[in-house]
Design a protein around this ligand. Structure first.
Ligand SMILES: Cc1cn([C@H]2C[C@H](O)[C@@H](COP(=O)(O)OP(=O)(O)O[C@H]3O[C@@H](C)C(=O)[C@@H](O)[C@H]3O)O2)c(=O)[nH]c1=O
Length: 187
């Protein structure tokens, strides 16, 4: 079991212990105590599960405004994604920076996305299923996005012509939003 720092402050990759045997495998996909021991204080209260039928589907980049901002713990249970997080916390040393990660059903990596980050992913194979825990309820009124192809961000998505929801075709650029999130130095 490992927590790996990412290049973006407060975001982590989590690698659970996986016990394989002749039947298959077992893993604790989430254990609250393990996260508490790392000093995380969030409590997950909603589980989400989505399927994208086609490779090259991008969902994102999404976040919710306060008081409905969400910490997310993302994993892939079928297929594979290129998962991207973007720090949108004013005053953060990594504000405006993004990082991408391959999450697959085989590598079982989980991405811990803090509040104040926009999040999105591109599916890499057919019928990819993503499951994630969140620590705040969905609120359509607080649901916001940043456009996936913001030219200032230059995210290296694996596709140029993705399948998108109607909503995801219309998000603003990062430079056109006033972020309400403020970075708090936890060190
Ligand atoms: C996210 C969400 C959506 N919904 C509904 C609203 C809508 O009718 C339908 C589809 O919603 P969306 O198009 O927003 O789903 P989707 O584009 O998959 O949204 C998700 O994208 C990824 C990248 C995230 O990070 C998530 O937090 C979430 O924003 O599901 C809920 O009922 N609860 C939820 O928590």
């Amino acid at each position: 079991m490992k927590f790996i720092k990412t290049n973006l402050i407060d975001a982590y990759l989590f690698e659970p212990d996986v016990y394989g045997d002749h039947r298959g495998f077992f893993m604790e996909s989430f254990n609250a105590k393990v996260f508490e021991e790392q000093g995380f204080s969030f409590k997950f209260i909603q589980d989400n599960h989505s399927l994208s039928a086609e490779p090259g589907t991008i969902r994102g980049l999404h976040y919710q405004l306060e008081p409905y901002a969400q910490t997310k713990l993302i994993r892939v249970t079928k297929g594979a994604v290129y998962d991207v997080i973007l720090d949108i916390r004013s005053g953060s040393p990594t504000y405006g920076k993004w990082e991408g990660f391959i999450l697959t059903e085989d590598n079982k990596r989980q991405l811990l996305v803090p509040k104040g980050f926009a999040h999105g992913y591109c599916t890499l194979v057919n019928n990819t299923e993503v499951q994630y825990k969140v620590d705040n309820y969905y609120s359509p009124d607080h649901d916001r996005g940043i456009c996936w192809d913001d030219s200032n961000l230059n995210i290296d998505w694996p596709v140029t012509n993705p399948i998108l929801s109607e909503k995801d075709e219309k998000h603003p650029h990062l430079n056109d939003i006033q972020s309400q999130f403020i970075y708090i130095d936890k060190e």
